[in-house]
Design a protein around this ligand. Structure first.
Ligand SMILES: Nc1ncnc2c1ncn2[C@@H]1O[C@H](COP(=O)(O)OP(=O)(O)OP(=O)(O)O)[C@@H](O)[C@H]1O
Length: 343
């Protein structure tokens, strides 16, 4: 296939409040300096990255570079599931982050510095990550999406909606997310939620938020599923039960420091299938994108997307697997990814 060894870059010009457009000349030069000369296209509207990923694969490209934030990664991954030319694992997906939150790259140790992110692409360590398939309601219709990182239900989605609304109004700035979070803390009320994991009822309570992770980070560096393993064939599900605004503010730092399970209102479950329903209905955000409303179904698709990761991540992953097998407590459904594959 003519294009199979060539790279195709999907560049979101509005990611990171315009950093995608402003920094593309610099990124493209750094890529050329490293003998990577991709064909590329700018996204022109929402969901365009889905179309571009489908077209690129249909045109024979097997190596994609996403130059964007979490939303652009999310769309590219969804494109991989829409195209039917090849199995999703046959396409190598790499990321140069120009977004605002950049949560997906935190999981895989991809640096924000462009030259270092490009070094990871050149080094070519790749990893097969799980993907979540989610169904939800939008305008009374059942819809399906694929998730590359983390989904938030309840409070998280309320913050996300507020934040996206402010961005659509043209508001910018690094405090926008914090402002949206504070507003949501003051206004959001817990709802009556039932959660089933692998068909077992695990929660039937007033719930403030639920986070479902293939990855660990969401909301611009929060660690709400701090122990998630991206290829164990399982979702990590963190449920925070009813909290009032004062309790949320007092405990805010545990959302960032990896100690969320020290909160006694918090629980962790793991499974391959999750069903969540709520009264009244609640919203969902997936990879930072506002989608729709409950009820939700989540299903893991094992090792579905091949992504470029840092050497550091591969080393940490090898050490983790070694520790797990030494302790004899392997909970994953599969053994580890092959340590390194050159692109
Ligand atoms: N040309 C465009 N005009 C308007 N919106 C666009 C365009 N191209 C892409 N988008 C949308 O931009 C949104 C934001 O993209 P993305 O999430 O990658 O950046 P970000 O929000 O700055 O980063 P992060 O999600 O990491 O915080 C996505 O929902 C995407 O669909």
């Amino acid at each position: 296939m003519e294009n199979a060894d060539k790279w195709f870059a999907i560049v979101n010009p509005v990611a990171g409040s315009g950093r995608g457009l402003a920094d593309w000349p610099q990124i493209s030069k750094l890529l050329r300096d490293n003998h990577i000369v991709p064909e590329y296209a700018f996204t022109e509207r929402k969901y365009h990255a889905i179309e571009l990923a489908v077209e690129a694969v249909n045109n024979g490209f097997r190596k994609l570079i996403v130059v964007g934030g979490d939303g652009t990664i999310h769309e590219a991954v969804n494109g991989l599931f829409i195209q039917k030319a090849v199995p999703t694992q046959d396409v190598l997906l790499s990321v140069i982050a120009v977004g605002t939150g950049n949560d997906w790259i935190r999981m895989f140790g991809i640096p924000r510095k462009y030259s270092e992110a490009i070094r990871a692409i050149v080094e070519g360590h790749s990893f097969l990550q799980d993907v979540g398939m989610i169904s939800y309601y939008q305008s009374s219709y059942r819809q399906t999406r694929y998730m590359a990182n983390v989904a938030g239900v309840g409070f998280d989605a309320a913050v996300n909606r507020r934040y996206n609304h402010l961005k659509e109004e043209g508001k910018r700035g690094k405090w926008l997310y914090l402002w949206s979070t504070l507003k949501a803390i003051m206004r959001y009320n817990s709802t009556g939620v039932k959660v089933y994991v692998d068909d077992q009822l695990v929660v039937n309570d007033l719930v403030y938020s639920a986070t479902i992770g293939i990855g660990k980070y969401n909301g611009g560096g929060m660690l709400q599923t701090p122990d998630a393993v991206a290829d164990d064939g399982l979702f990590d599900l963190t449920v925070i039960r009813r909290m009032n605004p004062l309790q949320v503010l007092y405990n805010f730092k545990v959302l960032f420091n990896g100690r969320i399970y020290r909160l006694h209102s918090t629980s962790l479950n793991r499974g391959r299938k999750i069903h969540i329903e709520s009264s009244p209905e609640i919203a969902i955000e997936v990879d930072g994108e506002a989608l729709g409303y409950s009820p939700f179904e989540f299903e893991v698709i094992d090792r579905a997307v091949r992504v470029v990761v840092s050497e550091k991540f591969m080393r940490e992953e090898a050490a983790r697997l070694q520790a797990v097998s030494a302790a004899g407590t392997e909970t994953s459904l599969q053994t580890g990814n092959t340590p390194t594959v050159r692109s």
